[in-house]
Design a protein around this ligand. Structure first.
Ligand SMILES: [Zn+2]
Length: 260
């Protein structure tokens, strides 16, 4: 088998396994519980789950999508998160240029996408972006930046990311008397700034606000209740961050083309 395909499959399988662990994170971190102990339990009957019942996707199919002990249906989120994680890890390896087989390069991309995906799911479910994920994310972003020699850009990105949103939130509160963004959003933008440098910040703010406004008003029209559908802002930030991380070169190229 050719080496590129082998590495893609190999990393994809590790992604599946990490996806299984990510399910634990999504469930436990917002509740302030430990992600290592106790071992995986059925959320319904609390029975410990044996390793052979905890294989990504496979166990879910073999068990007929039900808990072995209490027969409570297993939520779709579990296999779905495992599958998306496996696919994301595999596609990062598959689409990265072969000449850049730098493991640090892959670790940077994979850690960013994984953190953002877990944060997105937690934010959608609980409207929280836990420090237990954003703080290590900021530290990792700075560490990768130091390795790739853009530490100063990264540090400015983290500070500016936090500072800009903090300022926007203060002004929003001053003029409307309402809380707009949450603290978690400041830290998420700081994390994105740390991973990609301050240059990413304007694009991420612009794209996330635009998509947030468009999808927010669409949700408003669809819901027809005259109620503003509450959608957290974290997923928009995460999506804009991923787009900049992988496609900043073509985006900048296109942007410059507009003025040539
Ligand atoms: Zn059960």
């Amino acid at each position: 088998m050719d080496a590129h395909l082998f590495l893609t499959l190999y990393i994809g399988i590790i992604g599946l396994l990490v996806g299984s662990f990510a399910n634990v994170c999504v469930h436990r971190i917002p509740r302030g519980e430990s992600v290592v102990s106790p071992r995986s339990q059925c959320p319904n009957c609390q029975h410990l789950i044996a390793w052979y019942d905890n294989l990504p996707i496979l166990s879910w199919l073999l068990l007929g999508r039900k808990c072995r002990y209490c027969k409570h249906p297993i939520a779709w989120r579990y296999p779905l998160l495992e599958l998306t994680m496996g696919l994301m890890w595999a596609s990062i390896v598959w689409f990265y240029p072969v000449q850049s087989y730098n493991p640090v390069f892959l670790a940077q991309a994979i850690s960013l996408v994984t953190l953002l995906w877990i944060l997105t799911l937690i934010d959608l479910e609980t409207f929280l972006l836990p420090n237990a994920l954003t703080f290590p994310g900021i530290a990792l972003g700075l560490a990768f930046a130091a390795y790739f020699d853009f530490f100063l850009d990264s540090l400015i990105g983290a500070v500016a990311g936090y500072g800009i949103f903090w300022l926007v939130a203060r002004l929003f509160l001053m003029f409307t008397g309402k809380e707009g963004m949450g603290q978690g959003d400041f830290k998420l933008l700081a994390m994105l700034g740390a991973y990609m440098g301050w240059q990413a910040i304007p694009f991420i703010i612009l794209l996330s606000s635009l998509t947030g406004a468009v999808i927010g008003s669409m949700a408003l029209i669809i819901s027809k209740k005259g109620l503003r559908a509450e959608i957290p802002f974290g997923p928009y930030l995460a999506a804009a961050g991923v787009i900049w991380f992988f496609w900043s070169a073509p985006i900048l190229h296109w942007y410059q083309g507009l003025f040539m």
